[in-house]
Design a protein. Structure first.
Length: 120
C-alpha cells in the first residue's frame, strides 16, 4: 500500500511541476477555494492538518508567485486574511483536470476489470 501511494504521489508531483506546484501548494489552494476563497492561515492549518509554520511557508511561496494575497482584516487588525488571486483561479482550472486524470489513471491501473466496473 505504501509503495502504491508513493508511486501515485510521485507521478502527481511530476505533473504538478509543469505548473510550478507541489501537492502541498495545490491542496492549500483547493482548501482556500473550498473555504470561500478567503480564509485565515489558522483555518487553512486546521483544514489541511498542517502546522502553522508549514502553512506560513506555503503561503510565502504562493504569495511570491502571485497565487495568493494576504491582507489585514479591517474588522480585526490582529487577523490576517488570505485570498486567492485571479491567477490562482485560472491555474486551478488548468491543474485540476490534470490532477484528476493522473490519479484516475494510476488507480485504475491497479484495479481489475471487475473492480473498475464496481466503481462505475
Amino acid at each position: 500500500m505504501y509503495k502504491t501511494n508513493h508511486l501515485i504521489v510521485k507521478e502527481v508531483e511530476e505533473q504538478l511541476q509543469f505548473f510550478n506546484l507541489t501537492l502541498g501548494k495545490l491542496y492549500l489552494l483547493i482548501s482556500l477555494k473550498r473555504l470561500g476563497k478567503t480564509a485565515q492561515p489558522s483555518e487553512l492549518s486546521d483544514a489541511l492538518s498542517l502546522t502553522r509554520a508549514n502553512i506560513s511557508g506555503l503561503l510565502n511561496t504562493l504569495e511570491s508567485n502571485c497565487l495568493v494575497s494576504r491582507r489585514v482584516d479591517s474588522s480585526n487588525r490582529r487577523r490576517i486574511l488570505v485570498q486567492m488571486t485571479d491567477v490562482s483561479e485560472k491555474l486551478l482550472e488548468n491543474v485540476l483536470p490534470v490532477y484528476v486524470k493522473t490519479l484516475s489513471k494510476r488507480i485504475q491501473a491497479r484495479l481489475s476489470d471487475k473492480e473498475q466496473d464496481q466503481l462505475i
